[in-house]
Design a protein around this ligand. Structure first.
Ligand SMILES: Nc1ncnc2c1ncn2[C@@H]1O[C@H](COP(=O)(O)OP(=O)(O)OP(=O)(O)O)[C@@H](O)[C@H]1O
Ligand SMILES: [Mg+2]
Length: 258
C-alpha cells in the first residue's frame, strides 16, 4: 500500500472542548480506495475525529489535508466545495421523517446541484437500487426498519458521487445478519464506486470484515494504525483487551481526556 496516493492526511491534530483535550496529537494517512476503520471505546473521540476530517468541525490545532491540500486554509466557499466531494452517513440515520425515502436521498442533489427534478429522481432511484431498496421509494422513514433506514442513509451519502464517504457507526443497533449485509454494502460501494471509505465503529466483527487498515483510538490518543493482522497481533495490552472484549485489563472507564 506504500505507493498509493493519500486521500486524507491528518497531522498533529488536536481538538479541545471546554478545556478538555478530546483529540490529542493525532497523525495518520488514509490511502485512496481503502476502507479505513477507526475503532475505540465510547467517548474516546471517534465521532469528533470523523467530523473534523469531514470538515464539519474545525481542529483546535493541527491540519487535515484532502488530496494534498490543507483544508484549514480554505475560505468558507472553498470548504463547502470540498465538502461536496464527501458523503456522510451519520451515527443516527438522520432522515427527515416528513420526507419519503426518495426525497431524503434527493435532498443533497436539490441543495447542491441545478439538476432538473426528473434527473434528480432518476439518480435517487439509482442510488436506492444500489443499496437494495428498489420499491421503497415512496415509504416514509417511520414505515421502514432500522436497517433499511441505515441503507437510506448510505444511499443519501453516495447521492452526489463522493470521493470519500465517512460512516459513523453504520451498523449500530442492527441484528448480526443485517449488520453483515450493511458491511458488505460498504465494501461493494467502496470497490464498485471507487471510493475511499472511512468508518467509525466499535463493532469488532465489522472491523475485521471490512477494514483494509485500522486505527485504534483510546482517550483521544492514537494507539496504533495497522492492517487486521498487525492489530490482531498487537503487543499493546489496551488493544488486546478491546478486540477481545475482556472486562479485566488496562482500559480505564470514564477517563476520556484526563
Ligand atoms: N460539541 C461538543 N462540545 C463539548 N464536548 C464535546 C462535543 N462533542 C463531543 N464532545 C466530547 O468529546 C468526547 C468525545 O466524543 P465523541 O462523540 O467524539 O466520542 P465517540 O468516540 O464518538 O463516542 P461514541 O462511541 O459513544 O459515539 C466526549 O467526552 C464528548 O463529551
Ligand atoms: Mg460517536
Amino acid at each position: 500500500m506504500a505507493n498509493r496516493e493519500i486521500a486524507i492526511q491528518v497531522k498533529n491534530l488536536v481538538k479541545v472542548f471546554d478545556g478538555r483535550k478530546v483529540l490529542d496529537n493525532i497523525n495518520f494517512d488514509i490511502y485512496q480506495g481503502e476502507t479505513f476503520v477507526i475503532v475505540g471505546g465510547s467517548g474516546c473521540g471517534k465521532s469528533t475525529l470523523l467530523r473534523v476530517m469531514a470538515g464539519g468541525l474545525d481542529p483546535t490545532s493541527g491540519q487535515v489535508f484532502f488530496n494534498g491540500k490543507d483544508m484549514g486554509v480554505l475560505d468558507r466557499e472553498g470548504k463547502e466545495k470540498v465538502k461536496r466531494r464527501f458523503g456522510m452517513s451519520f451515527q443516527s440515520a438522520a432522515l427527515l421523517d416528513f420526507l419519503t425515502v426518495e426525497e431524503n436521498v434527493s435532498l443533497p442533489l436539490k441543495e447542491h446541484t441545478k439538476l432538473d427534478d426528473d434527473i434528480i429522481r432518476i439518480i435517487a432511484r439509482m442510488k436506492l437500487n444500489f443499496v437494495g431498496l428498489k420499491g421503497f421509494e415512496n415509504y416514509f422513514p417511520s414505515q421502514i426498519s432500522g436497517g433499511m433506514k441505515k441503507r437510506v442513509g448510505l444511499a443519501r451519502a453516495i447521492a452526489m458521487d463522493p470521493e470519500i464517504v465517512f460512516y459513523d457507526e453504520p451498523t449500530a443497533g442492527l441484528d448480526p445478519v443485517i449488520c453483515a449485509v450493511v458491511d458488505q454494502l460498504i465494501l461493494d460501494l467502496t470497490k464498485k464506486l471507487n471510493l475511499t471509505s472511512i468508518v467509525v465503529t466499535h463493532n469488532m466483527e465489522s472491523v475485521f470484515r471490512i477494514a483494509d487498515r485500522i486505527a485504534m483510538l483510546y482517550n483521544g490518543k492514537l494507539l496504533q494504525v495497522g492492517t487486521k493482522e498487525e492489530i490482531k497481533n498487537s503487543d499493546n495490552a489496551i488493544i488486546q483487551q478491546f478486540i477481545k472484549g475482556e472486562i479485566v485489563g488496562p482500559i480505564q472507564l470514564n477517563a476520556v481526556g484526563e
